[in-house]
Design a binder for this molecule. Structure first.
Ligand code: SF4
Ligand code: SF4
Length: 306
């Protein structure tokens, strides 16, 4: 693989928009930093997203496991606020105790009286399409319905989608989905229409705690590093970033997160890899196998003619 093509399907890629053909004067790559440590679970982001993008409501059925009533990201849910309930052992509560809403078990003895009360804490996180540096959904799309925007985001155009569904299993995060009413793929566009007018995405504008921050990706990464340092200094040593690293399996996400526990706790894959990463190696193997078959067949014909 030549040096100018070796990064096309995986690895760090400084400028996905230029890689996609935009001139070097294109706008800075922009994205989301979602700081879950200040999310209060109000779901203003979900509502603003649906309002702006005219997405239908999708049942509002409580999962029975928490206050989550939208379940997961989907064709009509482009922002999904996860409510994760965890029991905290009072002996080890220093693990992460930042005053998140919590409640004791009914009738349990209070901790200061020497009881063995356990408490429940909520972790809340507003999930979204990651706008991957290497987006497998886009790589496999045969019609160009999925494209890289001048802002470095990944956008889907309903009217160009032929409904093949190849993008759905290609996404390592399980984000993109098919809309039954139209048969087309659907996901967050990072409010491409608003960005074009110099406006922030609707969810970021609506978030009352600045849990969702929108801006140039480089600035967001710096800000996120500082926030993690600040939390560590406050004793919240479990704070960590997810999806910010250009060396990770997708070349870094355009939408990354500050989490207070392992990614799996929030329903995120711990080590996502762009699913098209191995295509060049597979193509080489297939070509080698085809060559071997051709040589064998030719040998049979030549041998049979003697
Ligand atoms: S998270 Fe999935 S749908 Fe979003 S850009 Fe990455 S591969 Fe595509
Ligand atoms: S609007 Fe902000 S605080 Fe409210 S649920 Fe969404 S991310 Fe959390």
């Amino acid at each position: 693989m030549s040096p100018d093509t070796e990064n096309r399907l995986s690895g760090p890629l400084p400028d996905p928009s230029q890689e996609a053909g935009y001139s070097p004067e294109h706008p800075q790559r922009s994205g989301f930093f979602t700081d879950t440590s200040v999310c209060i679970g109000c779901k203003a982001c979900e509502v603003a997203c649906k309002e702006w993008n005219l997405l239908p409501e999708d049942g509002l059925n409580l999962t029975g496991m928490s206050y989550d009533n939208t379940g997961d990201l989907g064709a009509d849910t482009w922002r999904h606020v996860a409510f994760v309930e965890q029991r905290i052992d009072p002996q080890t509560r220093s693990r992460v105790d930042i005053g998140m809403p919590g409640m004791g078990v009914p009738d349990a003895a209070p901790q200061e009286e020497g009881g063995d009360a356990t408490e429940i804490r909520w972790l809340m996180s507003s999930d979204v399409c990651k706008h991957c540096t290497h987006a497998a959904c886009l790589d496999v799309c045969p019609t160009g319905a999925l494209f890289r925007s001048e802002h470095g985001t990944v956008v889907v155009q309903d009217e160009v989608c032929n409904g093949c569904g190849y993008c759905v299993p290609a996404c390592p995060y399980g984000v993109i989905d098919m809309r039954p009413e139209t048969g087309g793929a659907s996901k967050c566009t990072l409010c491409q229409d608003r960005l074009g007018e110099g406006m922030p995405p609707a969810c970021a504008q609506a978030c009352p705690t600045e849990s969702i921050q929108y801006g140039p990706l480089d600035e967001l990464r710096e800000r996120a590093e500082q926030r993690v340092e600040q939390l560590h200094e406050q004793g919240i040593t479990e704070a960590r970033l997810y999806g910010h690293d250009p060396e990770d399996g997708v070349g870094g996400d355009g939408a990354f997160f500050l989490l207070l526990d392992e990614p799996e706790v929030y329903g995120l894959p711990p080590d996502p890899v762009v699913t098209t990463r191995d295509l060049p190696a597979m193509a080489k193997c297939a070509a080698a196998a085809a060559g071997a078959v051709a040589v064998t067949i030719a040998g049979c014909f030549l041998g049979g003619g003697r």
